[in-house]
Design a protein around this ligand. Structure first.
Ligand code: SF4
Length: 73
């Protein structure tokens, strides 16, 4: 039986979470911010040196709720 998966991707300040079973592959994230969301690469989310607030704005546009975020301590 498959258990719930929540993957995490961090740049030190910000952590992006992704729940694959919720993702409907709308590609909204990839089209909106291709420097961060790279489905052809591993890991497919790479925060790099992209501004955290820009990433958060894109995360909020995820239609399925698969993407989430929190700021690290
Ligand atoms: S925007 Fe959300 S639902 Fe669409 S591909 Fe990205 S993570 Fe998946």
């Amino acid at each position: 039986m498959e258990h719930h998966i929540k993957k995490k991707y961090s740049n030190g300040t910000l952590t992006i979470t992704w729940e694959p079973e919720k993702c409907i592959h709308s590609a909204i994230c990839r089209k909106g911010l291709p420097d961060v969301f790279k489905p052809a690469e591993k890991p497919w989310i790479q925060l790099g040196d992209v501004n955290s607030e820009v990433i958060v704005e894109q995360v909020k546009k995820c239609p399925s709720g698969a993407l989430g975020y929190y700021y690290n301590e």
